[in-house]
Ligand binder design. Structure first.
Ligand SMILES: [Zn+2]
Length: 239
């Protein structure tokens, strides 16, 4: 390596170092000023509309708010489905708005108790030669147990196994663009499979409340990421 190369190498190194320093300063400034973007009570109150339920955070039936009511929306074969009161009301409004724009939705699954989820999971694993392919949540890990999650489709998908292809329908596009206005999010987005651990489910809506739904949608955040922000905020401000 000649002298000239050494100098150039040195300059490059200094430049890289400078970037690292600048990055570190920006990161530390960002951390120092970290603020949580939603009212704190949304993360802490007993209503638990933002409760995180997944394989790492199993749903505890003992904490369940037993305010389930029958849905007043179109369901598959007129089956009675239930959700928590606030989510049911929001869903009624969502259906009315969709209907007014010529979009006919059907609710095909809503609240499930632990025993139902266990039966679903066992059947699924059995049908898959004893292998858990993660297509059905283990008992305790399903959001449907919270009474805040609902699966919605259009008429042509009734009776079919749901796949990602549902995303390419009028109903799914309407849901993706409008559900936040009613307090729902598409809980398992296509680009966040590695974070949620769940494949893209354009039919699975989760009620989180208006404010959180709008924020999560605008910032493309999953519930896992929202909770991560909350814990970062707590570390920085309380601990
Ligand atoms: Zn679902």
């Amino acid at each position: 390596m000649g002298r000239c190369d050494v100098q150039r190498h040195g300059r490059l190194s200094r430049r890289i170092l400078l970037f690292i320093v600048i990055d570190a300063v920006i990161v530390s400034v960002a951390l120092a000023s970290i603020a949580f973007p939603l009212p704190h009570e949304l993360m802490t109150d007993d209503e638990a509309y933002l409760q995180l339920v997944n394989r790492d955070h199993l749903f505890d039936d003992a904490t369940f708010k037993k305010d389930l009511v029958p849905l007043k929306v179109r369901t598959k074969n007129d089956t009675e489905l239930r959700l928590r009161r606030v989510a049911s009301r929001a869903l009624t409004d969502l259906f009315a708005a969709a209907e007014a724009e010529g979009v006919r939705l059907y609710a095909i699954s809503a609240y499930r108790d632990l025993a139902t989820q266990r039966a679903l999971y066992n059947n699924d694993v059995k049908a898959n030669n004893g292998i858990d392919d993660h297509s059905t949540q283990i008992p305790g890990a399903s959001e449907h147990q919270t009474g805040l999650a609902v699966d919605l489709v259009g008429r042509e998908w009734l009776g079919y196994t749901l796949t990602e292809a549902f995303a390419d329908t009028v109903e799914a596009r309407w849901l993706a663009s409008r559900c936040a206005e009613f307090g729902f999010v598409i809980r398992y987005p296509k680009t966040k499979e590695s974070i949620t651990g769940i494949v893209y489910e354009p039919w699975h809506l989760r009620y989180v409340g208006l404010e959180a739904a709008q924020y999560m949608t605008d910032n493309e955040l999953t519930l896992e990421e929202l909770w991560m922000l909350w814990y970062l905020y707590l570390e920085d401000n309380v601990l």
